[in-house]
Design a binder for this molecule. Structure first.
Ligand SMILES: N[C@@H](CCC(=O)N[C@@H](CS)C(=O)NCC(=O)O)C(=O)O
Length: 214
């Protein structure tokens, strides 16, 4: 049995398939060739049925031989300690990886997620659009000057940044060729493709069972 278990939902509607954040952990494990298994909590009742393992009723959470971690970013940092494929060990490379990992979560997703949510709620030209433009324009400048965010090679910083930027509505928000090329390049990685295909397959396989029980 694998030491690493990635927990996700047992089903989601078609829209979010391929975007549920267990994908981040699957992807990291695939990159680092860390064996893992995937287990699920029920979609129905998710707000309260696993609060002891994820205090906001969300997924993913990770189990490493009994050690439990929630938040996809924390899970990635945990996995990165197991393999320098995900984060270099030299102080400069590690610091670069850490800063861009936090930047993806706290400077980019902090804007893109609420902007996307307001758009989803029907407010396409919402008050966060100016902030979005500013942050995405900065990313465009940065990505036009370099291939990777940290350490001159792929790290979990690229994994997270590409995952934040690949959301279709975010990609379609303005014309930013360097960012688009970055997302296309990073999501061409075999580890990403496998992780995404595996996630979609899991949710598709659950369709029939769900149809029977509803
Ligand atoms: N900050 C959390 C966010 C997790 C999150 O948004 N999870 C979504 C799936 S991608 C979820 O569980 N949504 C169900 C819900 O909020 O009820 C993380 O990165 O782990």
């Amino acid at each position: 049995m694998s030491e690493l278990t990635i927990w996700t939902l047992d089903w989601v509607p078609p829209g979010p398939r391929g975007f549920v954040r267990d994908l981040r952990l699957r992807w990291a494990c695939e990159e680092a060739e860390l064996p893992y298994e995937v287990r699920t909590v029920p979609f129905d009742g998710r707000e309260t049925n696993h609060l002891e393992r994820q205090p906001f009723g969300q997924v993913p959470f990770l189990d490493d031989g009994g050690l439990q971690i929630f938040e996809s970013g924390a899970g990635l940092l945990h996995l990165a300690r197991k393999s320098d494929t995900l984060m270099p060990r030299d102080p400069v490379g590690e610091a670069e990886t850490l800063q861009w990992t936090i930047a993806a979560l706290n400077s980019i997703e902090m804007v893109t997620v609420p902007w996307w949510f307001l758009k989803l709620c029907g407010d396409a030209d919402n008050q966060l659009s100016g902030w979005m433009t500013q942050r995405l324009d900065h990313m465009e400048r940065i990505l036009s000057e370099r291939e990777w965010l940290a350490a001159g090679r792929f790290t979990i910083a690229d994994l997270l940044m590409a995952d934040a930027l690949r959301v279709p509505d975010v990609r379609a928000f303005g014309d930013r060729p360097a960012s688009e090329a970055y997302v296309a390049r990073i999501t061409e990685r075999p580890a990403f493709k496998k992780a995404q295909a595996d996630q979609i397959r899991l949710f598709e396989a659950a369709d029939a069972k769900r149809a029977q029980s509803h």
